[in-house]
Design a protein around this ligand. Structure first.
Ligand code: GDP
Length: 290
């Protein structure tokens, strides 16, 4: 698989975040609620060291609510505070400052006991590209801020963004790389739009997307496209997946000469509709199997 991240990029990204750790009280780790595993940086524990952490499951408006609840439980069980939000409309984003403060409560109480007036809790948002960092920062800030990633060699004074009285955010998020060890991770990132389609073959992405839909959301697939096919018994068989893709293509009139199905066009339709939420709220990774 073609990857845009090279070891040098990863080292630089890691250093950029670690330089900021001394400025902050806690990190906000932003994940995609549809793919909490694939959108998670594999080295996150090493990178954030022992900083208190709030896990935010973003794009939860597109994810399966029951699965999201299970993920929240899972992360809490592992000792992290966790909340699911929709940063595009702002749903539950307003609870983040309170949670951040709760995470720092012990320190705040210690300061109060010494007669020190605690300052606002300082946080940094970290996550992979396209997970929704800028959207979340803008929501928390309550206004649009031009957010640029850190560029190597460009030193820029850090700006703090006030989020109410109790929280301050660094205006440049920490950009992390996704996991690449398992090829399916790349396809899941492409399905959800986190990495550009051009990097992988569109028919391959749609192939894996259709397989996930058959395995996890068969009824939704049947309902959306009105297909009358038998459910494939073995989704490890590639021709079984293609059979379903072709049935979808025929239903949508994606035909080429000789009555064959235009798989490229069909793939475009499946991916577009999946990303736009037309197939309902979908989660591709379950907390229970992790
Ligand atoms: P960044 O690269 O991490 O800063 O990601 P952006 O903030 O630029 O977001 C990437 C895309 O995801 C944009 O099209 C956003 O509108 C969209 N997005 C971000 N958060 C949400 C969310 O909670 N729900 C939905 N539906 N879309 C979101």
């Amino acid at each position: 698989m073609t990857i845009q991240w090279f070891p040098g990029h990863m080292t630089r990204a890691r250093r950029q975040i670690q330089d900021k750790l001394k400025l902050i009280d806690l990190a906000v780790e932003l994940l995609d609620a549809r793919i909490p595993l694939s959108s998670r940086n594999p080295m996150i524990d090493d990178i954030l060291l022992n900083k208190p952490r709030l896990i935010v499951l973003g794009k939860s408006d597109l994810a399966d609510p029951r699965e999201t609840e299970a993920w929240i439980e899972r992360f809490k069980y592992e000792g992290h505070e966790c909340i699911a939000v929709d940063a595009s409309t702002g749903t539950r984003v307003g609870e983040i400052p309170d949670l951040a403060r709760q995470l720092m409560q012990e320190k705040i109480d210690r300061q109060l006991a010494k007669g020190i007036n605690p300052r606002a809790v300082r946080a940094l948002i970290v996550g992979i590209p396209n997970v929704g960092k800028s959207t979340l920062i803008n929501r928390l800030a309550g206004r649009n801020i031009a957010i640029t990633g850190d560029r190597p060699g460009v030193t820029k004074g850090q700006q703090w963004i006030k989020v109410g009285k109790e929280m301050e955010l660094l205006d440049t998020p920490g950009i992390l790389w996704p996991k690449f060890d398992d090829p399916i991770v790349g396809y899941r990132l492409a399905m959800t739009g986190a990495i550009k389609e051009q990097i992988l073959d569109i028919e391959d992405i749609a192939f894996y997307a259709t397989r996930e839909l058959i395995n996890r959301y068969w009824d939704t697939l049947v309902e959306r496209y009105g297909i009358e096919e038998e459910r494939p018994e073995d989704t490890e068989q590639a021709d079984e997946i293609v059979r379903i893709m072709e049935a979808i293509g025929r239903k949508r009139g994606c035909l080429i000469s000789g009555g064959r199905v235009d798989l490229e066009k069909t793939s475009g339709i499946i991916l577009r509709e999946m990303r736009a939420g037309k197939l309902g709220r979908l989660t591709l990774e379950s907390a229970s199997t992790y």
